[in-house]
Every structure is written in structure tokens, then in C-alpha cells.
Design a protein around this ligand. Structure first.
Ligand code: NDP
Length: 281
């Protein structure tokens, strides 16, 4: 048997179409502001795709570009201005920030009601507490993929490989909220292959090209590969050795075309969630 491929590109397109229909039915236009500091080429590409996707969904998107030497206080003043702007429902400050700016200070300055990245301590706390409001887009995208692919999480043994605040930790919290039995593995975990083999749902978010091998996969496990790694010859690969895992897994996401497209779709979804909540709708 070979695994079913979970087509994140198609699922994300469907999520975005549904969202555009919802937005078209609203009596107001949700607004998203993206702040980009400096000239990191990868960040510039992400920001352009977010802007395009938002506008295509009927969300009024604006990008604020600030020079790389912007002072932390000036960036916080910009965020405060967006907090107070009634036309802005969602604020995203593109990471990474230049090293002279404290990322946590900037995140803390964002109004939690407009924090569409879900990184503000208030939103992190809500998720940890089991009452999520705005949650990080990549793990939210994974949950949407699982739902659209009809993967049942209740009671399932789920392993989250990675414990970063952006992916691993919120991923584990979301799976727990969805009644999975969750294990979190990281660089200090012993017998990683054994832990992986026990999992019925395996979410890989380590940033190590093709680290998860075929013989780490339990029979018919669902494998979600969050990793995006570029190899020496310029190829994009995930954290999972895709070809090796195909014969063992029940379902698997490709890289590219798996989790990646869901992240932007969920950013748009978070913007609409924030817009409706701000208007108590
Ligand atoms: P981080 O580097 O912040 O975290 C990596 C995690 O993996 C850490 O918890 C680390 O453990 C763990 N880890 C690293 N090496 C090993 C190892 N050899 N064995 C076990 N665990 C290990 O990465 P992110 O969470 O930000 O991103 C993970 C991957 O997801 C990257 O490839 C990134 O590009 C991708 N990504 C994709 C997105 C998308 O839209 N699809 C969005 C965000 C990220 P420890 O804590 O002990 O150091």
C-alpha cells in the first residue's frame, strides 16, 4: 500500500474560496496590516504573498515597509498606531526582526484582539488554558488539514516533533484541545525513532532535512510535514523522507504543497475571526 497524499494546495484553495464567500457576505471589509522591517528577501516574498492572498479574499491589506535601522521605539509607535486604527482588524509584524529590536517587546505591543499571528502572551495563555482565540497560523493550518482529510484526532496517539513557540508548542496545545493523546519530542528526546513509531499522527517541525526515516513510521500513520528546508542543490524538502515513508504511512503531506499553503489561508481566517470578534459578531 502507498500512502494517501494530503493535498494542502487544494485544501488551502478551498479554505480561501469559502473565506472569500464569507467576507463577501459581510457588511464591512476586514483590514489586515503587515509590517515589514528591513529587506530580508524571503520575508519580502512572504509579505507579498500575504498581501495578494488577503486582497483576493476581499480583505483590505496594507504593507508598511520600514527601514532596517528603525528604532524599536519607532516600530512600537507604528504598532500602537495600527492598534488604534479602526480600519485595521489584524496586525502582523513579519519575523525575523533586525537583531537590535526585541521581538518579545514588539509582540507584547500588539493589541491581543488584533494579534493574527497568535504570538501575544495573552493569546498564548488562552491556548495553553484550553480557550483558544487567535492561534498561530501554521499549527492552525495543520488542524484544518487534518479535519479536511477526515483524520480523527480524538483519542489518537499524536507525536509533535519540535517544541518551538511558533509551531511545536501551539501544535501540541491544539491537538490536546482536539482530544488527542499528545507527546512532544525535541532535541533531548531519547529513542526518537521508537517515539515516532508509536504515533498514529506524527507532526514533524524540526527544520532538519528528511530527518524522519521510513522505518520510524508506524503502519498507516498520518504524517504531517511542517518542515521547509532547502538542500545544497536548491531543492525544497521537508523534515520527513517522503519517498521512504510513502509505503508505511496511511496519509502524508508533501513539501512543497502540504502545510505551507495552509499557513496563509489561516492568517486570512484569523483576520476574519478578529474582525468579527471586534464587532462582537
Ligand atoms: P525551530 O528551530 O524554532 O525549532 C525546532 C525544534 O526542533 C526545536 O524544538 C528543537 O529542539 C527540535 N529539534 C531540532 N533538531 C532536532 C533533532 N535532531 N531531534 C529532535 N528534535 C530536534 O524551528 P520552527 O519550529 O520555527 O520550524 C520548524 C520547521 O518548520 C522549519 O523547517 C521551518 O522552516 C518550518 N516552518 C514551516 C512553516 C510553514 O508555513 N510550513 C512555518 C513555520 C516553520 P530543542 O527545542 O530541544 O532545541
Amino acid at each position: 500500500m502507498t500512502a494517501r497524499i494530503i493535498d494542502g494546495k487544494a485544501i488551502a484553495a478551498a479554505v480561501r474560496t469559502r473565506l472569500a464567500e464569507r467576507v463577501a457576505g459581510l457588511s464591512f471589509q476586514p483590514g489586515l496590516a503587515v509590517v515589514l522591517v528591513g529587506h530580508d528577501p524571503a520575508s519580502a516574498i512572504y509579505v507579498r504573498s500575504k498581501d495578494r492572498a488577503a486582497n483576493a479574499a476581499g480583505i483590505a491589506a496594507q504593507t508598511i515597509r520600514l527601514p532596517a535601522d528603525t528604532a524599536e521605539a519607532d516600530l512600537i509607535a507604528c504598532v500602537t498606531g495600527l492598534n488604534n486604527d479602526p480600519l485595521v482588524d489584524g496586525i502582523l509584524v513579519q519575523m525575523p526582526l533586525p537583531p537590535h529590536i526585541r521581538t518579545q517587546a514588539v509582540i507584547a505591543a500588539i493589541d491581543p484582539a488584533k494579534d493574527v499571528d497568535g504570538f501575544h502572551p495573552m493569546n498564548v495563555g488562552r491556548l495553553a488554558d484550553g480557550h483558544p482565540f487567535l492561534v498561530p497560523c501554521t499549527p492552525l493550518g495543520v488542524m484544518r488539514l487534518l479535519a479536511e482529510a477526515d483524520v480523527s484526532t480524538a483519542g489518537a496517539r499524536a507525536l509533535v516533533l519540535g517544541r518551538s513557540p511558533i509551531v511545536g508548542r501551539p501544535m501540541a496545545a491544539l491537538l490536546l484541545a482536539a482530544d488527542a493523546t499528545v507527546t512532544v519530542a525535541h532535541s533531548r528526546t531519547r529513542d526518537l525513532a521508537v517515539e515516532c513509531r508509536r504515533a498514529e499522527i506524527l507532526i514533524a517541525a524540526v527544520g532538519r532535512p528528511e530527518m524522519v526515516k521510513g522505518d520510524w513510521i508506524g503502519t498507516d500513520a498520518v504524517i504531517i510535514d511542517v518542515g521547509i528546508n532547502r538542500t545544497a542543490d536548491g531543492k525544497l524538502v521537508g523534515d520527513v523522507a517522503f519517498a521512504e515513508c510513502l509505503p508505511h504511512a496511511g496519509a502524508i503531506t508533501p513539501v512543497p504543497g502540504g502545510v505551507g499553503p495552509m499557513t496563509i489561508a489561516c492568517l486570512l481566517e484569523n483576520t476574519v475571526t478578529a474582525a468579527l470578534a471586534r464587532r462582537s459578531l
